[in-house]
Design a protein around this ligand. Sequence first.
Ligand code: FAD
Ligand code: NAP
Length: 323
Amino acid sequence: MSTTHSTPMLILGSGPAGLSAAIYGARAGMKPILVQGIQPGGQLMTTTDVENYPGFADVIQGPWLMEQMQKQAEHVGTTLMYDTIVEVDLSKRPFRLTGDSGDVYEGQVLVIATGAQAKWLGLDSEEAMKGKGVSACATCDGFFYRGKKVAVIGGGNTAVEEALYLTNHSPDVTLIHRRDELRAEKILQERLFKNERISVLWNKTIERFVGGGEPEGLVALELRDTETGEVSTLEVEGGFVAIGHHPATELFRGHLELDDDSYIKVETGSTRTSVPGVFACGDVMDKVYRQAVTAAGTGCMAALDAERFLAEAEFENIVEAAE
Ligand code: FAD
Ligand code: NAP
């Protein structure tokens, strides 16, 4: 039998964005219900060392950080639900969402924090070497490759920015692209070509991520030339796949305005979406920064925006009732 759960503040997603929104929302008395989705804790559950989340002098573990955030959200009054939203109705308030379990969730305001997932090449060797030299986040993991040879795969803005960022740590960065022309903005390309620490390999695809050593780590990339078919080897200890991200927004297509890359559109400087009372935070609306701390920051913004929205809605109701 399905149950209906009603709350002033409904949150989707239990990564840093959703949980930060929950902490602020609960402390503002909005009694949040947070639906966690298929990855409780979000992307940081899939990593080990986190060194750039402020507040911890020693290295912390991603899953531990998320467990702390979950406990903190619960301690201040958030109800966490193990369910995944499969249907939304944003046509009127309260917004009405249906979970995989059949349960219905009603919220006077909705905070969407469903995140994004990196795209991968889909090779078996890539899967095997994830966390052992293969990563999709240079800002997160670049520091672990200080002084080592690394490669970035991709030709868009993300790949170029990651290659430039990696030169802070590595003297030898190779950008590998499948065509002979980059998709990245010209200004980024200029910076890339000027940087003496970066070389570019054109018309190459990855055949295999090669592991070795004890403990096992990435030692090389096997490449195939797209024009000649020739196979070659590039020795590197870090391989950063930067071929784009998928924001988790399919559910909202047709209900909310999305940009050309399917990220939820928000008003500049706020978390307000195209539907009043619906707010978006974290990686689902941010294709530039994509960090735990920025996700948490926009989660806080979403809760503050939601609180103001409810206060204004209540004020309007009082004025209407008085007229
Ligand atoms: P996410 O963490 O992606 O969480 C999304 C949440 O939405 C999940 O709980 C999911 O279950 C839920 N969800 C999705 N669809 C639905 C649905 N239909 N219904 C209900 N819930 C749903 N950042 C750093 O700052 N430092 C690091 O060291 C770092 N390392 C990283 C290492 C790896 C391997 C990866 C993949 C990322 C790393 N990042 C790091 C990036 C960081 O994890 C993300 O920027 C951050 O997690 C984004 O938070 P978020 O809350 O927006 O979304
Ligand atoms: P993107 O623009 O879609 O570029 C992806 C790149 O990866 C392309 O060069 C593509 O090659 C390559 N690629 C895709 N699939 C591949 C595969 N299977 N094998 C090998 N290569 C593959 O993605 P993005 O760079 O992440 O950027 C996404 C959006 O965010 C863009 O709108 C971008 O402008 C924006 N962004 C902006 C900033 C900024 O403003 N500073 C920073 C980052 C991202 P092809 O070129 O051959 O298709």
